[in-house]
Design a protein. Structure first.
Length: 101
């Protein structure tokens, strides 16, 4: 959210369920970061990290309620934290699913 970086241009398929043109990049930063890491490609993730900065991205991802498992490992590698520190990982362990027969 630095003034010297222009607003990133994300692929519209990431935000298929919201009005893309009216997204507020400042107020909805957590939503945007989580959605980009969940559905975006490498270029989208780079633009997100460039715009929001590594500290904001790390804080948001560590406190995210949900990330798919494959994206959880990607996020852990990008921000250089073990995936066991992520909130979504610990919540998943606390709420196990049904036992598969």
């Amino acid at each position: 959210m630095k003034d010297d970086f222009k607003k990133p241009v994300f692929n519209k398929r990431i935000f298929w369920d919201v009005n893309f043109e009216t997204l507020d990049y400042e107020k909805k930063a957590a939503f945007i970061i989580e959605r980009v890491f969940e559905r975006g490609d490498v270029e989208d993730i780079r633009q997100c990290r460039r715009f929001y900065g590594p500290a904001k991205v790390s804080h948001t991802l560590l406190n995210a309620k949900y990330l798919p498992e494959r994206r959880l490992h990607l996020a852990a590698a990008i921000i250089d934290k073990p995936f066991t520190e992520f909130r979504c990982y610990t919540q998943k362990l606390l709420n196990p699913g049904l036992f598969p027969y």
